[in-house]
Design a protein around this ligand. Structure first.
Ligand code: BGC
Length: 350
């Protein structure tokens, strides 16, 4: 079968390869891949900046934002033939650490976890894949191809759970949230904020195109200026979805008193900026500001995300998936254009 593979840490090595059938060792459920979303992590992997091959191998099958249809499944399991499913990305470490032992692999303590399509385990960007029942999540069939948004939504569902838990350290009744970045993660974070009944603000650089419209059509407010201008006095919550260092620091300095900043974007590093650390320290302490990093998602977050997507307006989700590229033209999916939101590769178009 065909699969999009890459030699991790080797730029320009991505190729459409012929690989063998999915190994039985990956699990008894056989899934036909319908589509796979491309995100910043995939771009980092194909540009040679991130990723790990499976042990003893040179190439890794790419793809962690999946949507597929079950071809074969053992009786009595969570999914049956014909179901639309998404595969969870991370697998617990084999030790296991205290967190992986209780299935909170998103908080793995020793770094020995694996991730499909990213770290030491083939991904989902192949015509078929196999998976074990405990790592498969069923998607509302009404979502169809839009179920491909489940994995990025699980990442923001986890971020919101962290915000709630950290905010719950004292009386917590948030009203305003500001999201930095109107890419897929920012838009999905904003969607969950709107679903919670919050006053949602999104900051991005784009002055026109699809992103401002998507924000406004959610009932949220779109801004292109600074956080201080967008929400004078500071929002209760900031979900940082860009990883741009200046915005990260701006978020920490301008969240409201007692507020929570959740960092979900990954900075590339190497861009030192000057800050007044003393002033930042002073405002964070005197205003009880909390900053929390958030990565990955466990099954609970996938289930929260599946419910959130099922409640969302499908025509809005359909515009978030801004470009669909057939597998044979995979290069086009990796070349980003400024108006792209979520680009997906259709592996077996239905
Ligand atoms: C994925 C996460 C993963 C992270 C780090 C993200 O793109 O959505 O599941 O944990 O990359 O590898």
């Amino acid at each position: 079968m065909k699969a999009l593979t890459v030699i991790p840490l080797k730029a320009g090595s991505a190729a459409l390869s012929d690989v063998g059938d999915p190994p039985e060792s990956d699990g008894p459920i056989l899934v036909e891949t319908l589509a796979v979303g491309i995100c910043g992590t995939d771009i980092e992997i194909v540009t040679g900046a991130y990723g790990w091959p499976p042990p003893g191998r040179e190439r890794l099958v790419l793809g962690h934002e999946s949507l597929g249809r079950v071809l074969e499944a053992p009786a009595g399991g969570p999914a049956t033939k014909g179901d639309l499913v998404v595969g969870i990305v991370r697998r617990p470490d084999p030790v296991p650490c205290a967190n992986c032992a209780v299935l909170e692999w998103d908080f793995c303590r020793n770094g020995l976890y694996t991730e499909r399509g990213i770290k030491e385990h083939d991904g989902y960007l192949s015509e078929r894949y196999r998976i074990t029942p405990d790592f498969v999540v069923k998607v509302d069939p009404a979502l169809g191809i839009l179920g491909v948004l489940l994995e990025p939504t699980s990442v923001v569902a986890k971020a919101w759970e962290e915000v709630d838990r950290v905010g719950g350290r004292a009386h917590w009744d948030p009203r305003t949230v500001l999201v930095t970045g109107a890419g897929p993660i920012g838009l999905l974070a904003a969607l969950l904020g709107v679903q919670r009944g919050l006053d949602v603000h999104v900051i991005d650089q784009m002055t026109d195109g699809v992103k401002p419209d998507l924000v406004r059509d959610l009932g949220a407010t779109y801004h292109t200026g600074t956080i201080a201008d967008a929400v004078p006095g500071g929002p209760d919550v900031i979900i940082e979805c860009t990883g741009v260092s200046s915005l990260v620091l701006d978020a920490m300095s301008h969240v409201g008193t007692g507020g929570v900043v959740c960092l979900t974007g990954v900075s590339s590093g190497g861009h030192a900026i000057e800050i007044d650390e003393g002033a930042l320290n002073r405002s964070m302490v005197l205003e009880n500001v909390a900053v929390v990093g958030s990565v990955n998602a466990n099954r609970r977050h996938y289930e929260t995300a599946a419910a959130a997507l099922a409640r969302a307006d499908p025509s809005w989700l359909d515009r978030v998936v801004s470009r669909r590229v057939p597998l044979e033209r995979w290069q086009e999916a990796l070349n980003r254009s400024p108006d792209d939101v979520k680009v997906i590769i259709e592996v077996n178009p239905q």
